[in-house]
Design a protein around this ligand. Sequence first.
Ligand code: PMP
Length: 427
Amino acid sequence: MSSASLSPVLKQATPVVVDHASGSWIHGTDGRRYLDFTTGIGVTSTGHCHPDVVAAAQEQCAKIIHAQYTTVMHQPLLRLTEKLGEHLPDGIDSVFYANSGSEAVEAAVRLARMATRRQYIVTVQRGFHGRTVAAASLTSAGTKFSAGFGPLMAGVATTPFPDALRLGLSEDEAVDYALKEFDYLLGTRIHPDELAAVLIEPVLGDGGYLAVPPAYLAGLRERTRRHGALLVLDEVQAGVGRTGRFWGHQHTDGLVPDVIITAKGIASGFPISAIAAPEAIMAKAWPGSQGGTYGGNAVAAAAGVATLEVIEREGLVENARVRGAQLLDGLRAGLDGVDEICDIRGTGLMLAVEFGDPTANAGSPDSAEAVRLAGAVQRACIDEDLLTLTCGPIGAIVRIIPPLTVTADEVATGTERFIRAVERVVG
Ligand code: PMP
């Protein structure tokens, strides 16, 4: 008998071991009570252990835990589909379920290729779509996600993101530049007739909490339509209320994608993910080509129904907008004049504080210092009993992801703690 331990491949962001958690708070086995502004990387949307979600899951456990949706159908999945349908854009009326974000991304790639009988998927620089082979192939939010794992999936190209901050341009200029680059890619490398889909997050997540400018998304919509390709929105992190709209792409007026990918916040922590598309598109995939043993699990689906009901009943999409604005204003006011910080941004309750020179590349001494500062602030937050995470291609960004249920008092407490953490580090 050997004494086993967890693999060192897991990179722990905090030393906290949870005893129990409730709402915005995690109680550690160390006896400390932490304000959780990580929400399990944007997952526990209704806060930890929301009583309605717990009750729905417990009730479902006593009925059936695993039915296997291609063997026998179960009521929670039918109810979840109905509930999700209330939030999907007109015409997006067919849903397929999996377990994780990466699996759903894979399903979307498979669907896009089968529906169009084309090969190429275009993504943007700094996008993050997961860690499986297809998802990692679409990811350019850091080399750690693909290094040592190649060769990755063929038929993927990456186009520049309209990143005004790093390009040193206005937003309009950045959009113009990025759309020209996209057109250039389709004129020089990928024939438009071979473009299956453009796959993009509405707010880049692990790549740095960067909102996609509406004019860029609208430009991609126009181009994908013109070229007969699909526009696939990866709403895994930004969807389900997180940005202050139900879907992140709703910040672009009138935009209707072809495929929506959702996961994380949809079931408050139970593993379930989905892709949604018009039935005419879904029907182009061979029956049986998508599936999985655990996909659309009954307990996870019941938790998903309860999550969507809580989000509606408690007005959590609006809360995300209002509390997100409060947090952004508080951070900007409290950190004004801190030279080491180059940007404080947020869309709803997806907030980021970026350190250093945004134009410095990963190899420059400037960026090494920014990475050090972001890491030091994230650790200083733990000392203040506040949990945050870092993100960005090199980790120079601290991201703040409260639950959608966060209160005004908790935002005020979190803001104070964050500012104190920065002061501890920069003096
Ligand atoms: N897409 C996006 C936008 C994500 O943020 C993530 C997870 N951070 C994924 C896909 C992958 O999801 P999972 O970790 O559940 O596979």
